[in-house]
Design a binder for this molecule. Sequence first.
Ligand SMILES: Nc1ncnc2c1ncn2[C@@H]1O[C@H](COP(=O)(O)OP(=O)(O)OP(=O)(O)O)[C@@H](O)[C@H]1O
Ligand SMILES: Cc1ncc(CO)c(N)n1
Length: 273
Amino acid sequence: MSISKALTIAGSDSGGGAGIQADLKTFQELNVYGMSAITAVTAQNTLGVHGVFPLTADAVVQQIEAIGSDIGADAIKTGMLFNSEIIEAVSEQIKRFNWSKVIVDPVMIAKGGASLLQDEAVEALKNHLLPLALVVTPNIPEAEVLTGLNILNLDDRQTAAKILHSFGVKNVVIKGGHAENEEQLVDLLFDGTEFSYFTSERIHTKNTHGTGCTFAAAITAEIAKGKSIYHSAETAVAFIREAIKEDLKLGQGHGPTNHWAYQKKKRGPLHVE
Ligand SMILES: Nc1ncnc2c1ncn2[C@@H]1O[C@H](COP(=O)(O)OP(=O)(O)OP(=O)(O)O)[C@@H](O)[C@H]1O
Ligand SMILES: Cc1ncc(CO)c(N)n1
């Protein structure tokens, strides 16, 4: 049997809802073999980020080399990269292994406000990593930082998508979760020519920790399997929707989403002892 493989280069979330943990759970659920290169360890739970411990760029490079030189990967996802040194090192490795299916989730700030990317690193993200990316998946505040725009409506999001595309990334997905006044959420996809819109009803829950990571991981898994960008985004929207709807009600703050929910809906409830 040949199995598709995906590598996530991201931070560890001890609470298990975001970061590396969310990515690996999502890869597994979508039948993709998951691998990881950890950029930073966070002490984190549903109440917030309590500590951030970045690894050296060399430690990140060695993890990527270990995978690239042996198992290989059909798609690569990046999440929390923390500083420009790590971003530049990761970009070098992507070039070295000729990886073209690269999905960049430009993680900047955790839900509680903790910084997961230093301010100095934004330029490195734009100059080194985005030109290598097949897809970038900012939320609205991240799209604002990357483009310098104030994004108030759908027109602004379209303009932001065009600017992001001009940085060299082939496909742009701007996620709509942060448009808090909107009951209809719109995730926008721009492929350089056409816009597509994925619309869904807002689910009212505080358990949305890790939605962005899970969404981008689902896109990565589908791309690893050779699916189109449109199909991958469509599956990711369905995956995250079920994961938010069937939340697990864990912790006292913003709880994680339910990574089992999408497959459970497809195959019916599992018999849990
Ligand atoms: N309350 C909600 N109801 C339904 N879908 C949602 C909700 N919140 C987010 N989503 C969906 O989840 C996905 C991630 O969007 P969001 O804008 O929340 O990402 P994010 O801010 O990067 O997440 P994170 O908090 O992990 O950083 C998108 O597909 C978005 O439409
Ligand atoms: C490690 C990590 N990566 C990404 C996010 C964004 O959700 C988070 N909270 N923690």
